[in-house]
Write a protein that binds this ligand. Structure first.
Ligand code: M6P
Ligand code: ZN
Length: 189
């Protein structure tokens, strides 16, 4: 049996990055099918290149019951069409597992959705401690002009289920309207 050893990693509270963590990067090409305006996404890739959307800096821990996993996420500012840069979004494979987010730098929103359709948005900035209850799918969106970063912690056996959101998306989109974030109905649902 694996026994994790005690350790401490350093979070940079300006950049949101964690020194010595496992890095995953999501670029526009990893986000195909997730933005409402897929033509705008392809247009950016062919003219500007495969832009970085967000990075996850994760503590290297076993994904097993009893552990608590943690990471930071740094979402670059930007839009695809009028939709803001966002994470893919997921439900927990074990739906009854919760999660905690703490805003580090920049501003954004946490979108949460129950599978039956109920949707909530929680504004996030530095110091916001947001709760993702069991059963709520979750996605974060950078609505500002600088990188939006936050810390997350969740049960080791929760797992990530991307399928449901990749297929139909969230019920609402966060779009820029006269430079302000507005929630609109997802035209694909
Ligand atoms: C948060 C946590 C992570 C998640 C990351 C990126 O930090 O919820 O578990 O991986 O956001 O979100 P996603 O996996 O949906 O791309
Ligand atoms: Zn999660």
């Amino acid at each position: 049996m694996f026994n994790a050893k005690p350790f401490g990693l350093q979070i940079n509270f300006n950049s949101g990055m964690i020194n010595g963590a496992k890095l995953s990067q999501r670029r526009l090409s990893d986000m195909r099918g997730l933005y409402a305006d897929s033509a705008a996404l392809e247009q950016i890739i062919s003219t500007e290149g495969d832009r970085l959307v967000y990075e996850v800096f994760a503590a290297d821990l076993p994904e097993t019951e009893g552990n608590i996993l943690y990471c930071t996420t740094v979402i670059q500012p930007g839009q695809v069409g009028n939709e803001y840069h966002m994470t893919k979004g997921h439900y927990h494979a074990r739906r009854d597992r919760a999660e905690i987010y703490v805003g580090i730098a920049g501003n954004g929103q946490l979108l949460l959705q129950l599978e039956a359709g109920t949707l909530r948005a929680v504004p996030m900035g530095p110091g916001t401690a947001a709760y993702v209850p069991p059963y709520w799918g979750h996605r974060t969106v950078n609505t500002g002009a600088v990188p939006f970063s936050f810390f997350a912690a969740w049960p080791g056996d929760a797992g990530h289920d991307y399928g449901a959101i990749a297929e139909v998306g969230f019920g609402k989109l966060l779009v820029a309207h006269d430079g302000q974030p507005v929630l609109i109905d997802n035209p694909r649902r």
